[in-house]
Design a protein around this ligand. Structure first.
Ligand code: KG4
Ligand code: ZN
Length: 352
């Protein structure tokens, strides 16, 4: 079947088409198109996303992006439209959902609402088969979420921990703004940190909640620690090396907490695999250090992380999530999808 995926939950206007073969054991996807209009050049001047500005850019770009994703494909051949329903910025979500509803009605195609986090998780299946991977521990790290989940079997998800304040990506973004190193913050900080050897770095920031007896996270304290450190060392901020050292230590503090808690969860739940996803999973250091630590665990635990372009927001992951969800529906549920354009509502706080 051909699935059209649409994603507008934050600052990327994206549409993709995948060919999906719902085979019993093996997942089979082929990416036909993957179009992303990034709003980074628009938001760069503000150093962050202004929701109203993001929504207007989505309105301007959604139809050209969908049209481009259709390439030479006749819309009649599309079997299912999948759209992000939440979580995200409400006005941005509305643009994608209302467009998808209009297409569903006009083209007489079934419509499925997809949880954005489910999309991030599903990105792990773009390049890998899903055989013998459960129970699995999933860590989703994005600009809005830091969430640990237990997946006992396909289709199951149980949240076991989350951030109590800022998300890991948000922490990167806010510290990058404070240090004036660029936007978006994650890639900017990791670039600054690239040539720094952490072992010879004499700056130290806290690893918030690393030793707590749960699977929750907290990153606002780290942001405050960097803020006070910067205020105390104003005279050194001119030196590039000093900023690079702050970036390297910030990045390492975030990595340490994410890995420590995920490994702890993997041991507790005897996971057979670890899934890492979300925009922050594009961080090279995080990917490498994660892989190294997971490989050290006994029983050959597998480590999955999507390629970098499928970590940050895209519509392929939304279409894949829809395919996985569709596979588990019965005949009646499948036929209900035809009327979904009348029912689905955005939910900016949708939980996984
Ligand atoms: O998943 P995503 O594209 O959007 C949300 O769902 O939020 O994630 C965006 C977040 C931003 O906070 C951005 O700074 C972060 O992912 N990010 C990174 C990297 N690339 C993107 N963080 C660290 N290192 C990166 N290379
Ligand atoms: Zn995302």
């Amino acid at each position: 079947m051909l699935i059209l995926g649409i994603e507008t939950s934050c600052d990327e206007t994206a549409a993709a088409i995948i060919e999906y073969k719902p085979l019993k054991k093996v997942l089979s996807f082929k990416i036909i198109s993957n179009v992303i209009f990034s709003q980074i050049p628009i938001h760069i001047q503000y150093g962050g996303i202004i929701p109203e500005v993001a929504a207007r850019a989505h309105i301007k770009n959604i139809l050209p992006v969908i049209k481009k994703s259709l390439k030479n494909i006749d819309f009649k051949k599309i079997d299912l439209i999948a759209v992000t329903q939440g979580p995200g910025l409400i006005t941005s979500l509305l643009v994608g959902l209302e467009t998808a509803k209009a297409l569903s009605y006009a083209w007489k195609k079934p419509l499925m609402g997809i949880n954005h986090l489910q999309g991030h998780l599903a990105a792990n299946f773009i390049e890998y088969e899903s055989k013998n991977v459960f129970p699995a521990i999933s860590l989703i790290v994005s600009g809005g979420h830091t969430e640990l989940g237990l997946i006992k079997k396909s289709g199951h998800y149980q949240k076991i921990g989350q951030t109590r304040d800022d998300a890991a990506g948000e922490c990167f973004d806010k510290i990058a703004k404070l240090l004036k190193v660029g936007y978006p913050g994650g890639p900017a900080i990791s670039k600054m940190a690239e040539k720094i050897n952490n072992k010879s770095n004499n700056i130290y920031f806290p690893r918030p909640m690393i030793k707590t007896n749960d699977f929750d996270f907290s990153f606002s304290g780290l942001k405050t620690a960097v803020l006070y450190f910067v205020k105390k060392n104003k005279n050194k901020l001119e030196k590039k090396k000093f900023i690079q050292n702050i970036c390297a230590e910030t990045q390492q503090a975030i990595i340490d907490v994410l890995i420590y808690k995920t490994i702890k969860a993997s041991k507790k739940y005897r996971a057979k695999s670890v899934f890492l996803s979300g925009g922050v999973a594009a961080n090279q250091e995080l990917r490498e250090q994660f892989k190294l630590q997971v490989c050290k665990l006994p029983n050959n635990i597998k480590f999955f992380v999507p390629s970098k372009n499928f970590c940050t927001d895209n519509a392929v992951m939304i279409a894949i999530a829809a395919g996985l969800k569709y596979k588990n529906l019965n005949k009646n549920q499948k036929s209900q999808l035809k009327n979904n354009w009348q029912k689905i509502k955005v939910d900016p706080n949708l939980e996984l």
